[in-house]
Design a protein around this ligand. Structure first.
Ligand code: F6R
Length: 604
């Protein structure tokens, strides 16, 4: 997702900012920019696309001597990836870079516009700099104006502001999005949204806590906590290995991405949950006019999230829904009617089979919607409407956080349609929205859980196959669990509906057949349990994942007791992802780049 860098010192500011941004490239971005304040003059450059474009634009720009500078790589969320929407954003005499989402930006923007402020971009970020300058008009002390601005913002942010009002200073604030500051013996100060830009430049770094804000000058680093109390920096020595810095200390990108799920789900719901409604600013309210059916089309993991969606659209929104594997749909001469909304789901937005089905639907005159993680991708450009998941770039070939955000978007979308179709009462909608707010917490990986799965994984390195089984929404989760295991362990695994085992596959049951049983408390528990008992009676080795103890299981991975099956879904999702990861690690496989697989499948 977006990346931030900042520098204050006497060295080559432009180069430090650009090479810092280069270190953040792996996070994915679609535009970039820098702003440098030197001798009370601002220089600002922005470019769409890769950093080489920004390098080209700045090739004649030279920084010499003391300067302050900020830089940003942007992954579009509010507004298209254009130069105007790229950061840093300018007020009258200040620039801001920002990661995260300002939830109350629409209200602030309205008030600023009423005061006569003109906005150049479609971003939420631009309100920060205008709000800061509005406060500067009434408060002569620039830091106090900054403090007031922070108190007026709701949402998640890591931000840096440079201003002519205090030209030797960088203001910073962090809440919900990561940021650190580094220092060295030359009184230089470096900021970044993750370690790697600081390696080799700063010896010691301080990771900000949520609510921290303050400023740096050549002589000072002043940090205040969310209560406004001055706090000491807690410096730690910075690691020196760049690749491991990109992995933030995790062994694999996939592991990091599993751990990131809480943050990216929080990003995905940010600004989209009202009191009793779901807000998708990006959707035209007429999108669902005349629609009597939703057809979902995707491949692989995205297909599994579409299967999850089909349960939610029928159960919550009361809309007929069907799901298709894209490579099958392409050639089976499907009947398409114009009262169907055609929805494609793709992490990359480039998968050839899915893209082709989108073209078919468009040619047939259907309304189309894409759920995608990459703005400006082929599918996003082609579909009539788009909802972006906000997972950030996914480096591990086996998809984890993209799946998590897709299911989250579908849950929100099913409620959006439920409200429109009056399928839910206000109270029911409010209850669902409360549950959605709990998802980020439900996917946090605890040490105890990870350790337990690591230990258990050693028993599952052989055998003649795995069955992941579940019912209802837990059936697509079983499919996804089996796909994860296949992809990175190279062991044979199948996902199956629990109730279907007795119609054939149960013939395979013996101690060497491993059954991973998903047993949520709040959805068909007794029925699923009897299905697992049938397998246990035939001596299949059972690993049960459930909040409730299950004495017929050989192994048991407990999840937290939750108040709804949707939260149980997300808890179990993390368990099956980690189980695959740890089995793969024990087998000595390349977790992030499994054999024969590619991240973006642009061939048929
Ligand atoms: C599995 C995985 C693949 C993709 C599939 C579709 O871990 O990543 O199954 O889900 O290739 O890709 P997208 O979502 O980019 O269309």
């Amino acid at each position: 997702m977006c990346g931030i860098v900042g520098y204050l010192g006497k060295n080559n500011t432009k180069e430090i900012l650009l090479s810092g941004l280069k270190e953040l490239e792996y996070r994915g971005y679609d535009s970039a920019g820098i702003a440098v304040l030197q001798d009370n003059n601002f220089a600002n450059y922005k470019a769409v696309g890769k950093l080489v474009n920004l390098e080209e634009k700045t090739k004649d720009f030279i920084t010499d001597g003391f300067a302050v500078g900020i830089g940003h790589t942007r992954w579009a969320t509010h507004g298209k990836p254009t130069e105007l929407n790229a950061h840093p954003h300018l007020g009258e005499s200040s620039y801001v870079v920002h990661n995260g989402i300002i939830e109350n930006y629409a209200q602030l923007k309205k008030e600023l516009q009423e005061d006569g402020v003109t906005f150049l971009s479609q971003t939420d970020t631009e309100v920060i700099v205008h709000q800061f300058e509005k406060n500067l008009k009434n408060i002569s002390n620039a830091f106090e104006a900054f403090e007031k601005t922070i108190s007026e913002l709701q949402g998640a942010y890591a931000m840096l502001i440079v201003t002519k009002s205090l030209p030797d200073t960088i203001f910073f604030a962090k809440n919900g999005s990561p940021m650190l500051v580094g220092v060295n013996e030359n009184d230089e100060k470096f900021f970044a949204s993750s370690d790697s830009p600081l390696i080799g430049l700063a010896k010691e770094v301080n990771y900000f806590d949520d609510g921290d804000y303050g400023y740096v000058t050549q002589d000072a680093l002043e940090i205040f906590n969310k209560a406004g109390k001055k706090v000491e920096a807690h410096f730690v020595t910075l690691a020196t290995d760049k690749l491991s810095a990109q992995k933030d200390g995790y062994r694999f990108f996939m592991e990091k991405e599993i751990y990131e799920q809480s943050d990216v789900i929080a990003d995905t719901i940010l600004g989209r949950l009202g009191e009793d409604e779901i807000i998708f600013d990006e959707l035209d309210s007429s999108l669902f006019d005349g629609i009597h059916e939703i057809k979902l089309c995707a491949c692989g993991t995205s297909y599994h999230s579409a299967l999850c969606a089909s349960y939610m659209f029928e159960r919550y929104s009361k809309v007929r829904c069907s799901v298709e594997v894209a490579s099958e749909f392409r050639y089976r001469e499907p009947l398409m009617s114009k009262d169907t909304l055609f929805v494609v789901i793709s992490q990359s937005g480039e998968t050839a089979d899915t893209l082709e089905t989108l073209k078919m639907a468009k040619n047939a005159g259907l309304k189309t919607l894409v759920i995608c993680n990459v703005d400006n991708s082929s599918m996003v450009r082609l579909a009539d409407a788009c909802i972006l998941t906000r997972a950030g770039i996914e480096k591990g070939v086996a998809s984890t956080k993209a799946f998590a955000t897709q299911v989250t978007v579908f849950w929100m979308l099913s409620l959006y349609v439920a409200k429109r179709n009056k399928a839910f009462t206000t109270k029911e909608l409010q209850d669902q929205i409360h549950l959605l707010r709990e998802v980020p917490a439900s996917v946090i990986v605890t040490d105890a859980m990870h350790e337990r799965i690591k230990r258990l994984s050693k028993r599952y390195l052989h055998g003649h196959g795995f069955f992941f089984i579940g019912r209802d929404l837990f059936f697509p989760l079983a499919l996804e669990g089996a796909l994860k295991l296949k992809e990175i362990s190279y062991l044979h695994a199948e996902g199956y509906p629990s109730g279907e085992m007795k119609h054939g596959p149960i013939a395979l049951a013996d101690p060497e057949l491993f059954t991973i049983a998903l047993l949520p408390q709040h959805l068909l528990y007794e029925k699923s349990k009897s299905n697992v008992e049938e397998l246990s009676a035939r001596d299949s080795t059972i690993c049960a994942i459930s909040p409730l103890p299950f004495d017929k299981a050989d192994d048991f991975i407990p999840i937290n007791s939750c108040k709804d099956y949707m939260l149980e879904f997300f808890e179990m999702m993390v368990v099956v992802q980690l189980l695959s990861l740890e089995i793969s690690v024990r087998l000595g496989n390349d977790v992030d780049m499994p054999r024969n697989l590619a991240k973006s499948v642009t061939v048929e």
